[in-house]
Design a protein around this ligand. Sequence first.
Ligand SMILES: [Fe+2]
Length: 229
Amino acid sequence: MDHFRQLRDEPTGAYSYLIGCGETGRALVIDPVVNQTPLYLSLLGELGLRLEWVLETHLHADHISAADSLRAWTGAQVAVGAHTGIADADRLLHDGDHLRCGSIELEVLATPGHTPGCISFHWCGRLFTGDCLLIGSCGRTDEPGSDAATLYDSVVRRLFAFPDETLVYPAHCINGRRVSSIGEERESNPLFLNVSRDGFASTPIVNGLPDILPIALEANRHCGRLIRA
Ligand SMILES: [Fe+2]
């Protein structure tokens, strides 16, 4: 049986996901946070998994990625969306690509808007939506490169096209919720319910930029490696 874990970084509320192939022991992690590197390493050891891929849904502004540290510790490769602006990745992912890890196969969906390079992953009836679609919310549209109308299209035309029962696993915790579904979001997400594209685009999603933003963006452009002047 395959392994699946949702992991939360308490200070930032960021969710990361570990998926392991039950047949081969190969594993991948989505959106890891650098502070949680020891947790990921211990969990991999506990489950007898070998990390093969580190995936990023986008260029994060609120935490520093563990991609580079996990690559150094495990020899895993880093894969990111082709339009993220992240350098030093081992593979660039495009819409429609498939990423294999043992018997696990993820489909890549381009879901830009929160950032120009946002991607989501589809695996076994689950969508890993990054900061594109959050539970009852969505990613902010005031970061560098954000485009609200594009985000609306990614959510309403792309993600809401999946069947109701498709599970939604976001990159950020909202109100303590861990998982939602496409049906629930389509029917009750207040940011999109009965909201037109123009209406959505005219009301930017603003939450106050995090203090760590400039440091996080600089580090995450290099897979989370801190660059010293
Ligand atoms: Fe984000």
